[in-house]
Design a protein around this ligand. Sequence first.
Ligand code: CTP
Length: 485
Amino acid sequence: MVIAMKSVSVPRASLTVRNLDAATKQALRERAARAGHSMEAEIRQLLEQAVGREPAMVSRTGFEGSAGVAVSAGGNAAAGLAGKRIVVVIGGGIAAYKSLDLIRRLRERGGLVRCVMTPAAQQFVTALATGAVSGSQVFCDLFDRAAEHDVGHVRLARECDLVIVAPATANLMARIALGMANDLATAVLLATRAPILLAPAMNPAMWANPATARNVARLRADGMAVVGPETGEMAESGEAGTGRMSEPLAIVAAAEKLFKPQPGPLRGLRAVVTSGPTHEPVDPVRYIANRSSGKQGHAIAAALAEAGAEVVLVSGPVNLPDPPGVDTVHVETARQMQAAVEKALPAQIAVMVAAVADWRTEGEAAQKMKKQVAGGPPVLRMVENPDILKGVANHPMRPGLVIGFAAETERLIEHAREKLLRKGADWIVANDVSGPSGVMGGDVNTVRLISPAGVEEWPTLDKAQVAQQLVERICAHFRETPVTA
Ligand code: CTP
């Protein structure tokens, strides 16, 4: 075990415990078992503490000792729990005997395990056995001065990646649900920011009790994961029903699942986003354009993809890289943009961010227009471009959520509300693009989200944050509204 292998800076004398009385030996044996090291090491530590020295053999986090044993015991470093610091809280139930196997399985997969036992748990399995299986100090007492000196319960709670409560008894879950901290186990659970996985185990009648059901619902609502309990024969003879703790491998699988990246909230949804300006040709060398940089639209496409949506970005000419994980279609004109958007349907989300040119010249000149000496500058006759947003909002394959932008230089809300109605969008993101705003081409944006429900003012954010916030709103919308398109 690493504790014994660590380089020791204090000169050591040989120690013998032979002449100590039986009670002292027993007390030392128990202390050493809880600390997960030999009696000799325990005595050395006590002596070092007595003379005011930092105990050289104490692992500062405790996880190092566990890691050394896990690897030397053939732990699979490539496994799903490799390097994960896991605190196993053992509650007081007959299923506690299975927790020893759970610890072994966690370590086999490279987990670095430390154990906390409730006083009741120690009635079912000993700290000696738990320390031996975990290869690390076992923590039992909230007021254990040696343990507090070593890591302390807050550090124990903080410096871990997962807390597993197995068995999670009815009593322990009730105390966790109440936010109590009247023993080390509940204090750790209250102080930790790591995910918590509960493996309930109790008598079927206790599991079926409405009080337990309430507590479990509370704990789930608080964000804790629950595995089991299973239905079948209970450890107590003659008892059967639901309440048996899940098998160690099922608990390990649930733990591994918590470490896997979760599928994005928009997984399974398709989004079409427009971005940038359009270029409307006048002749082979000239075009009509606008100042849009595409930064906001591209940021929204990227944020949607990050949230798991399948994204088609229809981009006008911009000076930006294609966002990762996004299918980007490059277009020049409004009509090309419209065609690409329609081709991307059906989709569940449309975010039309592009600054589409409202007009194009009637008939692009086939040859470069020449300056005419007589007659002065040419007069360009303009025709209206298709309104892509309006077309999508009124399309037979209309996406469930259609969002437009309103870039205004005056009467922002009034114009944006009018656009919401005229174009048939669900939401309009309105922004002031007047000269001093610096929005066109800039990195920040001050927007208002306009929907039939009202106007929401957002603070000035950078465009990536606006994108993030909008995508959070989109996620919330799809949580509340079932997908129809
Ligand atoms: N839009 C569009 N197709 C157009 C014009 C605009 O899809 N031909 C979309 C934009 O992508 C944006 C919204 O409509 O989501 C509003 O664009 P904006 O230029 O502010 O509005 P216009 O309809 O062009 O109205 P106006 O120029 O009078 O403000």
